[in-house]
Ligand binder design. Structure first.
Ligand code: SF4
Length: 668
C-alpha cells in the first residue's frame, strides 16, 4: 500500500488510533500534516510545517516516519520532551501501528552517570568534598547505580539539573578517561551510543545535534548519514540553540581552573621536573591582566567587540593581554604533553590547554564577515564569537542530502507570522523547503478573550509593573488564582512579585500564594502552581520570564488568566542583535520590519500560546502594553495572535472575568 494511503487509514475514524489511543479523535489538520510528511518521506527534501496548538503534530510526523520503515532521527528541544517521545509517544504509536522497532534515546554525556567518577567521589578521601546537603543524594545515587541499565540521571528526579553533585558523578569530554578507563565495560555513555547506532529510531535533542556537528563526539554525526528521515520537533528553537553551539566561548573561569589544576601537579607522583608553580602563576597572572582591562564592565553585561577590542578597551592592550594568555597556555601545554604518556591526567590537561589555544585563535585578527564577537562580564569574563545565524551550517547539511533519499521535517506550533514563515526559514537557510501551515482546531473566539487596557501606564514608566501587578491581583482574586504573569525581563519579575506580595499582605482573607521565577526550579514552580487548582480554598499567581514564555503546558482550569507585561522586542544593544541589525541594513533591508517586528510577533504568539491548551479550555489574555493601540505596528502584532475575541474596555474585561469565575466554580 502506498505510504499516503496507509497514513490516511491510520488517522481514519475506523483507524487504529481511534481504536487504541484513549481520547483520540480524527482531526482534519492532523491528517493533512501527516500526508504532507508522508509525501516528503517518499520524495525526499525539506518540509516545514507550522501546526497550531492542538493539531497533534507528534503523531502526524511519527506515523508516516514509522510506517515508512526508514531509519529515523527525531530531535526535539529539551530532555523532558525527549523522554516523553521515548517513553510514551513512540512506543504507544508503534504498538498501535503494529510496527516493531528498535528505539533508542541519546542525550549528551552530562546526562549519564559516570561510573568511574562515582567510584572516585565515593572513595574515602574525596567523599568529604561532596557539597553539604548532597551526601544523602550521593547515597541514593550509589544505590541507583547498582540497578540502572541506562545510567540516565533523569531516573533520579531528586537530582536536579542545578545539583552540585551532578558534575561530580557525570563526565565531560575533558575528564573522561576514554580507553584508559577502568570502568569502560560499564560505561553508560558508550552503551547509549552503541544502542543508538543499532536502532531504527533514535531520539536526540537539538543541543546534542549541534554540539555533535561541532565536535563529532556523541555519535549523532555518525547516525546522520544513515538516517533517511530527520525530524526536528519544536523547530522554532533551532536557530537559537544552534547559535549557542556554533559559537565559540572561552574565558577566565576555564583558564583559571586549568591554572589551579596545573598547580596541583607540583605535588603529584609523576610531576617530572617542570616548574608547575611558575607555569600556573604565569597563566593566572595573564588571566588577571585580561580581566583588569574589562574592569569598567560591572555586573553581568554583554560588551560588543568591535574594531579589534571590546567596547571601552584599548585594542593594543587587549591583543597583548590575549597574547600573554596564549603564551602561558602554550608553555603549560608543552610540559603537560611531555608527561602525557605516563599520566592520563597530564594528557587530559594537555588536551584542555590545546583546546584553549585553538579557541583563542578564533579571537585573533579582525572579525570575519558574518560573525560577531562580544565579551560577557560577571563573576568570570567570557569571550564569545558567533555566526549571525545557522543558515550556512544547515544549508551544508540539508543541501548535502541526496534529495531523493532523505527527508527533513521541521515542525512547531509557531514558526512565523506570514505564509512563507520567513522568521524561521531565513535564518535556518531553508529557502527551498516546502511550507505547510495547519491552523489550530481550537475555537479561539469562543474559548478566549484578549484585553489590551487603554488607560495604563506607558511600558517605560516606573509605575508600569505596579499596574500589571494590580491587574493580575484583581483577576486572581476574582477567579481564585489560576493567573500567570509573563514578563520580558527578570527585573520585572522581581518588581511584579514585590507589588503582588504587598497587595496580598493587605488582603486580610483569601490571600493567594505568589510564586515567582527563581524561588524554586521551573518544574517545582509549575507543580506548585498546578496543585492549587485542586484546592477549593487555595490559589496562586505565577510570575515568570524567559523560559516560561514557551514549552509549558498548563492545560485545563490550571491557568485561566495570562498577563504579558510588555511587547517582547529584543534588546537593541545586545551585540548579536546589533550585528544582525547592521547586516540587515547593509543588505538593504529594514531591520525593524524584517527582524525586530517579526521576532516580537513570534515571541508574543509563543507566550499567548500558554493559555489555551485543549478544546475545553477557557481563558483571558491581557497584554499590558498600550503600544498595541498607539503604534502603527500594533495591528500587525495583534494579527499574529490567535483569533481571540476582543474585550474593548474595562466593563467587557470585568464581565469576561465574571463568566470565567462562574465557569471556574462549575468546573471546581
Ligand atoms: S569511559 Fe569516561 S564516561 Fe565512561 S565511565 Fe569511564 S570516565 Fe566515565
Amino acid at each position: 500500500m502506498p505510504l499516503t494511503a496507509a497514513v490516511r487509514q491510520v488517522f481514519a475514524p475506523d483507524g487504529p488510533l481511534v481504536r487504541d489511543i484513549p481520547g483520540f479523535a480524527p482531526r482534519p489538520g492532523q491528517t493533512e500534516m501527516a500526508l504532507a510528511v508522508a509525501r516528503t518521506v517518499q520524495g525526499g527534501g525539506a518540509l516545514v510545517v507550522e501546526a497550531g496548538t492542538g493539531v497533534g503534530k507528534t503523531y502526524a510526523y511519527l506515523a508516516p516516519a514509522l510506517l515508512s520503515g526508514a531509519r529515523v532521527l527525531v530531535s526535539t528541544a529539551t530532555k523532558t520532551l525527549q523522554d516523553q517521545l521515548y517513553l510514551r509517544d513512540i512506543p504507544r504509536l508503534a504498538a498501535s501501528l503494529g510496527v516493531p522497532l528498535r528505539l533508542a534515546l541519546l542525550k549528551g554525556r552530562s546526562s549519564y552517570l559516570c561510573m568511574q567518577r562515582l567510584d572516585a567521589v565515593c572513595a574515602h578521601d574525596t567523599a568529604a568534598h561532596v557539597p553539604t546537603g548532597q551526601q544523602r543524594l550521593l547515597a541514593q545515587a550509589r544505590i541507583w547505580a547498582q540497578a540502572t541499565s541506562s545510567g540516565d540521571v533523569a531516573e533520579l528526579p531528586e537530582l536536579d539539573e542545578a545539583s552540585p553533585l551532578l558534575p561530580l558523578i557525570t563526565s565531560t569530554r575533558e575528564n573522561c578517561l576514554g580507553a584508559a578507563c577502568p570502568r569502560l565495560d560499564q560505561c553508560h555513555v558508550n552503551r547509549a551510543r552503541r544502542l543508538a547506532l543499532a536502532a531504527d529510531v533514535v531520539v536526540v535533542n537539538h543541543h546534542l545535534f549541534f554540539a555533535d556537528l561541532q565536535v563529532r563526539e556523541s555519535g549523532v554525526a555518525e547516525l546522520l548519514p544513515s538516517a533517511s528521515v530527520v525530524v526536528f520537533d519544536e523547530a522554532h528553537q533551532l536557530n537559537s540553540i544552534g547559535l549557542q553551539f556554533l559559537s565559540t566561548q572561552t574565558g577566565s573561569a576555564a583558564w583559571s581552573r586549568l591554572a589551579a589544576d596545573v598547580m596541583r601537579q607540583a605535588d603529584g607522583p609523576q610531576c617530572g621536573f617542570a616548574d608547575w608553580h611558575g607555569l600556573s602563576a604565569a597563566l593566572a597572572h595573564a588571566v588577571q591582566g585580561l580581566r583588569a582591562l574589562c574592569a569598567h564592565a560591572t555586573g553581568r553585561q554583554r560588551l560588543p567587540w568591535l574594531d579589534g577590542a571590546p567596547e571601552g578597551v584599548d585594542s593594543m592592550a587587549w591583543n597583548t593581554a590575549l597574547g600573554c594568555i596564549a603564551t602561558a597556555l602554550e608553555q603549560a601545554h608543552h610540559h603537560l604533553e611531555a608527561l602525557g604518556d605516563a599520566a592520563p591526567s597530564m594528557h587530559q590537561m594537555a588536551e584542555r590547554a590545546r583546546a584553549f589555544i585553538e579557541q583563542l585563535h578564533v579571537f585573533t585578527g579582525a572579525t570575519p564577515p558574518g560573525q560577531v564577537r562580544w565579551i560577557e562580564s560577571g563573576a568570570a569574563l567570557r569571550l564569545c564569537a558567533s555566526p549571525l545565524n545557522i543558515s550556512a551550517v544547515m544549508r551544508a547539511h540539508v543541501a548535502q542530502t541526496d534529495q531523493a533519499s532523505r527527508a527533513w521535517i521541521f515542525t512547531s506550533a509557531t514558526l512565523g507570522t506570514d505564509e512563507a514563515l520567513r522568521w524561521f526559514v531565513a535564518p535556518c537557510g531553508l529557502g527551498d523547503a516546502r511550507i505547510v501551515r495547519v491552523p489550530s482546531p481550537f475555537n479561539y473566539p469562543q474559548q478566549a478573550g484578549l484585553y489590551v487596557p487603554r488607560n495604563f501606564p506607558d511600558p517605560a514608566h516606573a509605575e508600569h509593573s505596579q499596574a500589571v501587578a494590580d491587574l493580575a491581583a484583581h483577576a486572581a482574586m476574582r477567579i481564585g488564582g489560576k493567573t500567570m504573569v509573563l514578563t520580558t525581563t527578570l527585573r520585572a519579575v522581581e518588581a511584579v512579585r514585590l507589588h503582588l506580595q504587598t497587595y496580598m499582605a493587605r488582603v486580610s482573607s483569601g490571600a493567594l500564594e505568589v510564586l515567582a521565577q527563581g524561588d524554586a526550579s521551573k518544574r517545582e514552580l509549575l507543580e506548585r502552581f498546578a496543585a492549587h487548582v485542586q484546592r477549593p480554598d487555595g490559589g496562586a499567581i505565577l510570575v515568570a520570564s524567559a523560559s516560561f514564555w514557551e514549552g509549558i503546558d498548563l492545560a485545563g482550569a490550571v491557568l485561566q488568566v495570562l498577563l504579558i507585561d510588555k511587547l517582547p522586542f529584543a534588546p537593541p544593544d545586545d551585540p548579536l542583535v546589533r550585528a544582525q541589525t547592521d547586516a540587515c541594513t547593509a543588505a538593504g533591508g529594514n531591520p525593524f520590519k524584517d527582524i525586530h517586528l517579526p521576532r516580537a510577533a513570534m515571541v508574543l504568539k509563543q507566550g499567548a500560546g500558554r493559555l489555551i491548551r485543549g478544546e475545553s479550555d477557557r481563558g483571558l489574555l491581557v497584554v499590558c502594553d498600550t503600544r498595541l493601540h498607539t503604534r502603527a505596528y500594533g495591528k500587525q502584532l495583534l494579527q499574529a495572535l490567535p483569533p481571540m475575541r476582543r474585550l474593548h474596555d474595562e466593563a467587557e474585561w470585568d464581565a469576561a472575568l465574571g463568566q470565567l469565575d462562574g465557569r471556574a466554580a462549575r468546573l471546581d
